[in-house]
Design a binder for this molecule. Structure first.
Ligand SMILES: NC(=O)c1ccc[n+]([C@@H]2O[C@H](COP(=O)([O-])OP(=O)(O)OC[C@H]3O[C@@H](n4cnc5c(N)ncnc54)[C@H](O)[C@@H]3O)[C@@H](O)[C@H]2O)c1
Length: 341
């Protein structure tokens, strides 16, 4: 079986989690090897970075090839796949360059700053014949896989209501403080709220209407409360915030009410509640979500299996839905009809 050679582009905050994922996959025997790391700032290759309240230590081995320019990487390194962990405003430009250079591309979420940019990325992937996947990592995250299984199997009956929240302080670890500049990050709604919006689409497809109350602070759309309306009266309510007091724990919760049970995630395990039964903590069904998404992408390339879990077209559709949420927010939360175009 062919072993994919991988180069990481951007070695800041989230790259640490991907790097740990490559180490897990090496131990597991997944056919991929990280051969190069590129970051415009060489200090990033050794710096420890704290994301919210957690820190992932990293020490690159001496034999790792390192670059400070993606163009030098493309010109001089022999690799098959790039793992793009750059700030969002660079996703389109650099992913397109890498695809044009004949590389498969895994690019972090959000796919790009606008759906127009996403469509350029899709077109570049089509012309190159190489694969593109976006790191919508919740699709590979055990607590959300439980949710997906419950919705698809119908084991607890139909989903009646789902609420999700993802709350943090304003991110301040980024390159040139890019998170805090709306034109570079798209605000919390595109950067972080998108995780749960994408999950709603993954579970239930496109909503038929949306309604969003949001407010701005340092960035636009720094806090938002979204309602997605689905047929049969199913409502998904999602809160996203970059306004929490620094030092408070990062929150990634959900509460899913089915006809016969409720599943609750409080930033950790998932607990199942069934009437007249003791609550039970569900076992983990997958390991680390970053290792999981990389492994899935590597196998889809090496084995030639179709990417049915996380297509780039779906990631583009999620950005389109974010654009509709912004339109509702601009009208003070007016409920507006939604159709994917
Ligand atoms: N999936 C998740 O859970 C998750 C979590 C955090 C961030 N992200 C996403 O990952 C992406 C990166 O976020 P981050 O937190 O790692 O940001 P970051 O600022 O910490 O890291 C970006 C890195 O890119 C480097 N860089 C900037 N311009 C470059 C260039 N032209 N060429 C090469 N390197 C360059 C910077 O020096 C920095 O090290 C963003 O799109 C963000 O939304 C995803």
């Amino acid at each position: 079986m062919k072993e994919l050679k991988i180069a990481m582009v951007g070695f800041g905050g989230i790259a640490r989690a991907h790097y740990a994922g490559y180490q897990m996959l090496k131990e597991k025997g997944t056919p991929c090897t990280l051969v190069a790391v590129c970051d415009i700032n060489p200090d990033q290759l050794t710096r420890q970075i704290k994301i919210n309240t957690s820190e992932i230590p990293v020490t690159l081995p001496k034999e790792m090839h390192t670059y400070t320019s993606v163009y030098e990487l493309i010109a001089n390194e022999d690799f098959d796949m790039a793992d793009v962990c750059l700030p969002t405003y660079l996703h389109k430009e650099i992913s397109v360059k890498l695809l044009q250079a004949g590389k498969h591309v895994l690019c972090e979420k959000p796919m790009a700053l606008s759906s127009l940019e996403c469509e350029e990325m899709l077109a570049a992937a089509k012309v190159s014949g190489k694969q593109l996947m976006i790191g919508q990592c919740l699709r590979f995250d055990s607590p959300y896989m439980h949710l997906k299984n419950a919705v698809e199997s119908g084991v607890y009956g139909k989903l009646k209501h789902l609420s999700m929240s993802r709350l943090s302080a304003l991110p301040i670890w980024g390159f040139e403080n890019w998170f805090t500049k709306t034109e570079r990050s798209g605000g919390c709604i595109l950067d972080m709220h998108i995780h749960d919006v994408d999950m709603a689409r993954f579970l239930l497809g496109e909503p038929e209407a949306v309604s969003v109350v949001a407010h701005d602070d340092v960035t636009r759309w720094q806090w938002e409360n979204t309602r997605l309306y689905y047929p049969d009266g199913v409502t998904v309510e999602i809160t996203g915030s970059w306004e929490e007091t620094r030092g408070t724990p990062f929150v990634a919760d959900y509460r899913a009410v089915f006809e016969k049970a409720t599943l609750i995630r409080n930033s950790g395990d998932v607990t199942l509640y069934v009437e007249n039964e003791a609550p039970s903590v569900l076992p983990q069904i997958a390991g680390d979500c970053y290792a999981g998404e990389i492994e899935y992408f590597v196998h889809s390339i090496v084995d030639g299996t179709p990417n049915t879990v996380n297509s780039p077209e779906s990631a583009c559709a999620t950005v389109k839905l974010i654009e509709a949420l912004r339109a509702s927010a601009a009208r003070d939360g007016e409920k507006i009809a939604y159709t994917l175009k």
